[in-house]
Ligand binder design. Structure first.
Ligand code: 6PG
Length: 256
C-alpha cells in the first residue's frame, strides 16, 4: 500500500509549535466541516494538551461540529488527575464549545478489557452509522490524530517491550502493566493510528531528544534493531507531520 512521506516542521520554541499547530488544526477543521459537516479529532494526553492552548484562542472554529476521541486513556475515574479525559477537559475541552455528547470518553467502573471492548464497540457503531469511514483494510478513519511521544519513544499506550504495539486486528486494546503509570490503560492500535487522514506528531522538550534522533534516523544503532513505537507511525494514505521544537532536535547533528 502506498505510504505517504513525512513532513518535518522545526520551530524555535514550544510556543511557536503551539501557534503553528493551532493554525493548522483550525484550517483542517474548516476544511472537513465544509466537506462533510463535522471534524473528528483524536487527542493524546501528556504535554500535548497544554500545547493546544493557542487553539482555544481561535475565534473562527465551529466547535459544535467537533467530535473528540481519546488515543489512549488510563482506566481510572474521569474525575481524577490521572485521567486523560480530565486533563483534556480542564486544559482544552471546557474552554471551547464542543457538545458533551460529541466527546467519547471511556466507560468508567469496568475492567481494562471491558473498557477496550466498549470503546471499540462504540467506534463500530459510528462506522455503522457512517460517521466514521472504514479504510480498505478495515479500520476506522479519523480526520486528525494529535500524537505525543514519551522520552523512550512510546506513543499512545503502545510501549517498547509490550506486545500491544504489534496488534493487527483490534481497534482498541488494553494494557495492565504500563511502564508509565498508571498501569491500566486502553489504547488505539497502530492500524487505527495509521488509517488517519492527518497525524500530527507533537514533540517538544529536551527529554525527548534521544528518541527524536532515533525516530528521524540519525542514530548510531546498527541495521538490526527493534523500531521504537514512534517509528511505527506511518500513515497508509494520510499525511504525517512532525512538529518539533529546538529542544527536541537538540541531539541531531547534521539535520535530518
Ligand atoms: O496516557 C498518556 O500518558 C498519554 O496519552 C501518552 O501517550 C502521551 O501522549 C505520551 O506519554 C507523551 O506524554 P508527554 O507529552 O507528557 O511526554
Amino acid at each position: 500500500m502506498a505510504r505517504v512521506g513525512k513532513k518535518i516542521l522545526e520551530f524555535d520554541s514550544e510556543q511557536d509549535v503551539a501557534v503553528d499547530l493551532s493554525t493548522k488544526i483550525s484550517e483542517l477543521s474548516a476544511k472537513y466541516i465544509k466537506e462533510k459537516g463535522y471534524f473528528t479529532v483524536v487527542l493524546s494526553g501528556g504535554t500535548l494538551i497544554d500545547t493546544l492552548r493557542k487553539l482555544v484562542e481561535k475565534r473562527d472554529v465551529d466547535w459544535s461540529k467537533w467530535i473528540i476521541f481519546f488515543l489512549d486513556e488510563r482506566v481510572v475515574p474521569l474525575t481524577v488527575p490521572d485521567s486523560n479525559y480530565k486533563l483534556a477537559y480542564d486544559g482544552f475541552l471546557s474552554k471551547v464549545g464542543i457538545p458533551k455528547s460529541n466527546i467519547y470518553s471511556i466507560k468508567e467502573k469496568v475492567t481494562p478489557e471491558e473498557a477496550a471492548d466498549d470503546y471499540e464497540a462504540r467506534l463500530k457503531q459510528l462506522v455503522a452509522n457512517k460517521t466514521l469511514p472504514l479504510s480498505p483494510n478495515g479500520f476506522p478513519i479519523f480526520d486528525l490524530m494529535l500524537v505525543g511521544m514519551g522520552p523512550e519513544g512510546h506513543v499512545a499506550s503502545l510501549f517498547c517491550w509490550h506486545f500491544q504495539r504489534y496488534e493487527t486486528q483490534r481497534w482498541i486494546t488494553f494494557i495492565k502493566a504500563s511502564p508509565k503509570p498508571p498501569a491500566e490503560r486502553i489504547t488505539m492500535t497502530f492500524p487505527v493510528i495509521n488509517a488517519s487522514k492527518h497525524i500530527a506528531m507533537v514533540v517538544t522538550g529536551k527529554e525527548v531528544a534521544d528518541a527524536v534522533k532515533v525516530a528521524l534516523h540519525e542514530s548510531d544503532r546498527g541495521f538490526a534493531y527493534i523500531p521504537l513505537p514512534v517509528q511505527m507511525v506511518s500513515p497508509t494514505n494520510g499525511e504525517l507531520t512532525w512538529y518539533l521544537d529546538k529542544d527536541a532536535l537538540s541531539k541531531m547533528q547534521g539535520g535530518h
